[in-house]
Every structure is written in structure tokens, then in C-alpha cells.
Design a protein around this ligand. Structure first.
Ligand SMILES: Nc1ncnc2c1ncn2[C@@H]1O[C@H](COP(=O)(O)OP(=O)(O)OP(=O)(O)O)[C@@H](O)[C@H]1O
Length: 275
């Protein structure tokens, strides 16, 4: 299917935990166009996995709106969310093995991953061999997963995520623990999928090479969109409530509570701190 757009508006996610509630997302505003590739980066605990879990329909937001294609994730029933995950949205968890049955062949893994799509929209289901070819594993369909080298196994995991020809592919750390060549092959596979199928791709990553290859890098900081990089340039981002985050390094000089006057002259915005 064609690439799906993603829209997040003031998304809040609160986990109920024994020691007290945890605000994992504190108002995320984000738009991703159909067919775009976006790398999600940010410090540990900033909320990246939570955002991806919401996009994948694993849970509904505590507040705000998460929309994938024309679907409002917050309004779906559990059964509808499950249907979406096996069809329109493909998910590749961190660590290739978590996505794969090791003793089964690649083709069997793909066939299993297509089960739901075969029921819901059989016309869109492609032969496992075609999917394997898309990630550079043409001719490896008969091989057992445990006989594949790590790089090929990671691409097999991508193939499983793509098995139902989703419009949105969510990938957690696609290049971690791979050597240079294997990483390049994974990035090439993602690029091919994106170019040939128009699949929208969102990858959580700590690998700067993924950000570079994707071109759009969204930094999640403290449960919000903290900054964005496009084509190598770094931008601050205005959130839905009008706030803009300062780069963390500036916080030492301008701690919370610092007063600024703000001036906008012909598109040049100047902040002057009150000393
Ligand atoms: N099931 C949960 N119950 C309670 N708190 C949680 C749960 N899952 C995540 N959190 C908390 O929510 C916040 C965001 O976590 P999240 O895993 O989304 O961050 P992350 O950016 O993906 O981190 P990492 O890069 O380490 O995977 C953290 O404070 C985390 O401890």
C-alpha cells in the first residue's frame, strides 16, 4: 500500500507506576508526510519508544491525538488496533531475533507474518520471495534464520515487518550491533523500500549514520520534540502550545525562570535575557 501520513497533536502519555505516575510524553506535536523517512533520536528515557508504541497501536494516548493515515489510534478498539498492526503498520522490534522464528526458514517467517493481511486484504499480499528481494535476500527464502549471518538476519527482521506491505514501517535500532558493511546493507534496504514502495519509515536510533541517511532527524527530549535536523541543519521547533526548547547546553547560562524579551524583525527573532 502507499505510504501513510502520521500526525501527532499534543500527545501525552502517562504510565501508572507503583512509585507514582510517569509522564513519558508531555505534548508531542509531529507531522510526517506519506513516504517520508524520519529518525527519532534523544537521550535514554526521553520517550522515543513510547511514541513508537503509540504509532504502532500498541496503546492509546492518555491525551491528544495520534493519527496514522486517516485513522485516529485513540478511537480504535483493541481488535481494530491488532488488525492495523498486522496490515497497515509494520513493526520491527530491537534485536532481529525478537522478530523471527529461528528454526523456521525466511519464507516460513514471512508467510506467518502475512497471516492477518491474507485475511483482511489478500489482493495486496505479495509473494514472500518478492519481499525477500526487497531487502536484498532474494534466493535466501529456503534458509533457516539461525543459518543467516547477523546482517542478513536484521534484514530478515525488516522483511517480516514489511511482509504485509504496510504503509508505515516502525523500526527500533535497525543498525545496532552490526558491522559497517551490514549496517550499509540495512540502510540500503530501508532506502529501497522507501523509494520503490513509498513506505513511510520511522526509526528509533542512536546511530548518527541512520539520521544522515534519512535526512530528517527528530530529537525527543523530556517527552517533547526538542529539536529537528533537516539535511544537516539543526532547527528549534515551535510546539502546539507555542513553546520552543532551548538547546540543553544553553540551560546552564539561562536556567528555568530566566526572563527574555523577544523581538521579531523581518523573520529574525531575537531573545534578550534580563540580567
Ligand atoms: N511500562 C512503563 N511503566 C512505567 N514507566 C515507563 C514504562 N515504559 C517507559 N516508562 C518510563 O517512561 C519514560 C520514557 O521511556 P521510553 O522507553 O519511552 O524512553 P526511550 O527514549 O525510548 O528510552 P531508551 O532510549 O532508553 O529506550 C522513562 O522515564 C521510562 O522510565
Amino acid at each position: 500500500m502507499n505510504g501513510l501520513a502520521v500526525i501527532c497533536r499534543r500527545v501525552v502519555q502517562i504510565y501508572r507506576a507503583e512509585g507514582g505516575d510517569v509522564v513519558a510524553l508531555a505534548g508531542v506535536d509531529l507531522e510526517i508526510a506519506p513516504g517520508q523517512k524520519v529518525a527519532l533520536v534523544g537521550p535514554s528515557g526521553s520517550g522515543k519508544s513510547t511514541l513508537v508504541a503509540l504509532l504502532s497501536g500498541l496503546m492509546r494516548p492518555s491525551a491528544g491525538r495520534v493519527q496514522v493515515g486517516l485513522v485516529d489510534i485513540g478511537k480504535l478498539t483493541d481488535a481494530e488496533l491488532a488488525r492495523l498492526r498486522g496490515t497497515d503498520i509494520g513493526v520491527v522490534l530491537q534485536g532481529a531475533n525478537r522478530n523471527l522464528l529461528p528454526y523456521a526458514t525466511l519464507e516460513e517467517n514471512l508467510w506467518l507474518a502475512q497471516r492477518r493481511a491474507r485475511k483482511v486484504r489478500p489482493a495486496d499480499v505479495e509473494p514472500p520471495e518478492t519481499i525477500a528481494g526487497l531487502v536484498g535476500l532474494l534466493g535466501s527464502g529456503h534458509r533457516r534464520i539461525l543459518d543467516l549471518p547477523p546482517g542478513a538476519r536484521q534484514r530478515a527482521a525488516l522483511a517480516v515487518g514489511l511482509a504485509a506491505s504496510p504503509g508505515l514501517l516502525l523500526v527500533d535500532e535497525p543498525t545496532s550491533q552490526l558491522d559497517h558493511d551490514a549496517r550499509d546493507e540495512v540502510l540500503e534496504a530501508l532506502d529501497r523500500v522507501n523509494r520503490e514502495r513509498g513506505t513511510t519509515i520511522v526509526a528509533v536510533t542512536h546511530d548518527p549514520m541512520v539520521g544522515e541517511a534519512f535526512g530528517r532527524v527528530v530529537t525527543i527530549r523530556d517527552g517533547r520534540v526538542g529539536a529537528e535536523g533537516r539535511g544537516g541543519r539543526e532547527f528549534a521547533v515551535v510546539a502546539g502550545d507555542g513553546t520552543v526548547q532551548l538547546p540543553p547546553a544553553m540551560l546552564e547560562s539561562y536556567p528555568p525562570g530566566t526572563l527574555f524579551t523577544v523581538d521579531d524583525t523581518d523573520g529574525t527573532v531575537t531573545f534578550e535575557a534580563e540580567r
